[in-house]
Unconditional design. Structure first.
Length: 152
């Protein structure tokens, strides 16, 4: 299996950006943990980060060509991007949304997600560990779907 991990705007600044909210762990450290878990599960993972909405939309749009599923932290685009929502809906892959913080404990504008209604599920509030939980959930979903297909 191949999984794409997509990281949205400002996540490259983790470790120094608002540590009271996001902690001191960098995106690279989080992705190292994701890659280690993926290796244990014999899964290939590719990750990318962009501050550009258009680039994120394009990557999601092409994901079906190479991947079985997607873990995405849309960051601020969660609350604003209809284009990203539509790309997720159209990609034809299971997508799990992840957030480092519990957005419902934050400012009211962060409470609504435009993207989660077209995702398989959402993990939030567990810091970088949320990525591992999202990956585990996605892999279990994919395995269940594979077993269903082989039984028919």
């Amino acid at each position: 299996m191949r999984i794409l991990v997509v990281n949205g705007p400002n996540l490259s600044r983790l470790g120094m950006r608002e540590p009271a909210w996001y902690g001191r762990e960098t995106l690279e450290q989080i992705m190292d943990r994701v890659r280690a878990l993926a290796a244990e599960r014999h899964v290939e993972v590719e990750d990318m980060q962009s501050d550009s909405e258009g680039e994120l939309v394009a990557v999601i749009g092409r994901a079906r060509e190479r991947f079985d599923g997607v873990v995405i932290n849309p960051a601020a685009y969660t609350h604003t991007s209809v284009a990203l929502r539509d790309a997720i809906a159209a990609c034809g892959l299971p997508v799990v949304e992840v957030h480092l913080t519990n957005t419902h404990r934050r400012e009211p504008f962060r409470h609504a997600s435009l993207t989660v209604p077209v995702c398989l599920g959402q993990v939030m509030g567990f810091g970088g560990t949320g990525y591992l939980l999202a990956l585990e959930g996605l892999l279990r979903h994919l395995q269940t779907e594979k077993e269903k297909e082989s039984n028919t």
